[in-house]
Design a protein around this ligand. Structure first.
Ligand SMILES: NC(=O)c1ccc[n+]([C@@H]2O[C@H](COP(=O)([O-])OP(=O)(O)OC[C@H]3O[C@@H](n4cnc5c(N)ncnc54)[C@H](O)[C@@H]3O)[C@@H](O)[C@H]2O)c1
Length: 299
C-alpha cells in the first residue's frame, strides 16, 4: 500500500458542538444558560439588527436564564480588523463566560474572532490562515439572521483588511461554534436583497461542495492536514439536499414576504450547505471572493 492510499483512505467531518434548529429555538438559550451556569454574556451584533428588534428574543432568553448581558452593537457588513479590535477590547473589559454572535455571516465571523482573541489574548489578525487558533475558546453560540453563509456551523472566519482592500480568512476547528442555534424566524426581517444574496451564497456553497475534488484525490502529504478534506459521501449528501431545497424554496423565500415555509427551508439549506462546504472545500467562486469582495464589497 503506497503513501497516498494511506493518507486518503480516511476522511473526517467537523461540526459545531450542537446544532439546534427550528422556530423558537432561540428560547433554548435559557435552558443552556441554566444548565451551564453562564453569568455574563457578550452579545456581538449590529445596529440594524438592534433597531429591527431581531436581537430582542436573544436578550429575553438570556435574561430568563439569569445571565447578565453586554452588547457589542458595532458589528458591520464585512467587518474590518478595527471592529474586531473594538469587539475584543469590550470582551477584555467585560470578561464574559460566553460569547453570542447574532447576525449574518459578518457578525458571526466577528464573534468567532473575538472568542479566539479574548481566550488566547492574541491580536485579531493572529488567527488568519489555517489552524492558527491555539486551542479551544470560551463557549461560543452563533445565531444566524440570514440564510446564507453557514458560518454558524463552519470553521471559517472572514475579516476585511481595509488598508489592503482585501478580505482575509482563517480556518480552524476551534472556530466551529459550540452551539449553532438556527431559528428561521430571525431571518424573516431580512431585506429582499439580503435574502437573495445570501440565498445565492448558500446555493453556491452547495454547488461548489458537490463539484469539488474527491477526498481520495486531494494531494496532502502524509502527516499533514489541510483546511478542507475534499468531497465525501457525507458532504455530497448534505450539498445535494441543500441544492434541492434552494431549487424549491429560494425564489419564493425572496419574492413572497409571507412564505415562511420557504424561508424556514432556506435556513435549513444554508446550514446544510455550510456543513458541506466547510468540510469538502469550495472552489473558484469563493477564491475570487477574497480580492473582489475587499475591492467591490459584493459578497
Ligand atoms: N464564515 C463563513 O463560513 C462564511 C461563509 C460565507 C461568507 N462569509 C462572510 O459573511 C459575510 C456576509 O454575511 P451575510 O451575507 O450573512 O450578510 P451580512 O452579515 O454582511 O449582513 C448584510 C446586512 O444585512 C443586515 N441583516 C442581516 N440579517 C438581517 C435581518 N434578519 N433583518 C434585517 N437586516 C439584516 C445586516 O445588518 C447587514 O447590514 C461576508 O463577510 C462573507 O465573507 C463567511
Amino acid at each position: 500500500m503506497g503513501e497516498a492510499n494511506l493518507t486518503r483512505a480516511n476522511w473526517s467531518f467537523g461540526t459545531p458542538g450542537q446544532l439546534i434548529f427550528g422556530r423558537d429555538s432561540v428560547t433554548q438559550l435559557t435552558t443552556l444558560a441554566g444548565r451551564l451556569g453562564w453569568q455574563q454574556a457578550l452579545v456581538i451584533t449590529d445596529a440594524n439588527l438592534l433597531d429591527a428588534k431581531v436581537v430582542e428574543p436573544v436578550l429575553l432568553a438570556l435574561a430568563a436564564g439569569g445571565v447578565q448581558v453586554e452588547v457589542f452593537g458595532e458589528g458591520e457588513a464585512e467587518p474590518s480588523i478595527a471592529v474586531a479590535e473594538a469587539s475584543m477590547a469590550l470582551a477584555n473589559e467585560v470578561k464574559p463566560d460566553v460569547i453570542i454572535g447574532v447576525g449574518g455571516g459578518s457578525n458571526l465571523d466577528l464573534s468567532k474572532n473575538t472568542a479566539a482573541a479574548f481566550t488566547h489574548q492574541g491580536h485579531p489578525t493572529d488567527y488568519f490562515g489555517f489552524d492558527k487558533v491555539p486551542g479551544p475558546t470560551i463557549p461560543l453560540v452563533c445565531l444566524p439572521t440570514t440564510a446564507g453563509t453557514g458560518s454558524e456551523v463552519s470553521h471559517s472566519m472572514v475579516l476585511t483588511d481595509t488598508e489592503q482592500q482585501i478580505k482575509i480568512s482563517g480556518q480552524s476547528e476551534y472556530f466551529r461554534p459550540d452551539w449553532a442555534i438556527v431559528d428561521p424566524q430571525l431571518t424573516y426581517s431580512c431585506p429582499r436583497q439580503v435574502a437573495a444574496d445570501s440565498g445565492i451564497d448558500a446555493l453556491t456553497h452547495a454547488i461548489e461542495a458537490i463539484t469539488t475534488v474527491d477526498f481520495d484525490q486531494l494531494e496532502i502529504p502524509l502527516g499533514e492536514t489541510c483546511a478542507y478534506d475534499g468531497r465525501t459521501e457525507l458532504t455530497s449528501s448534505l450539498a445535494e439536499r441543500a441544492i434541492r431545497i434552494c431549487g424549491k424554496s429560494l425564489i419564493s423565500a425572496v419574492n413572497s414576504p409571507d412564505d415562511y415555509q420557504a424561508k424556514d427551508q432556506m435556513a435549513l439549506a444554508a446550514t446544510l450547505a455550510g456543513m458541506a462546504f466547510s468540510n469538502s472545500g469550495v472552489a473558484l467562486v469563493h477564491a475570487m471572493e477574497y480580492p473582489m469582495g475587499g475591492e467591490l464589497h459584493c459578497s
